[in-house]
Design a protein. Structure first.
Length: 80
């Protein structure tokens, strides 16, 4: 039974990664290239709950979305 349970956990984890990884990539792009708020980015990638989005983003990237934007995104005072 343990092996079966372990297999089920591994399958669920793989499915989660298949869904979450593209969302994370999309969120990274939006945070880097656009001036949307974290809430707006959250909704754009399919999460109504920004707090949940923040926790998932941090789990997958090791850094929160605002910190990611501060490090890799466009500067707020940059002119278009």
């Amino acid at each position: 039974m343990e092996k079966y349970f372990g297999h089920e956990v591994a399958v669920q984890t793989s499915k989660s990664l298949l869904v979450e990884t593209p969302r994370t990539w999309q969120a990274k792009h939006l945070l880097e290239a656009e001036r949307r708020t974290v809430q707006e980015v959250s909704v754009a990638v399919g999460y109504e709950d920004a707090a949940y989005f923040r926790s998932l983003f941090k789990r997958f990237t090791g850094i929160g979305p605002q910190a990611y934007r501060d490090r890799f995104g466009i500067k707020r005072n940059a002119r278009a």
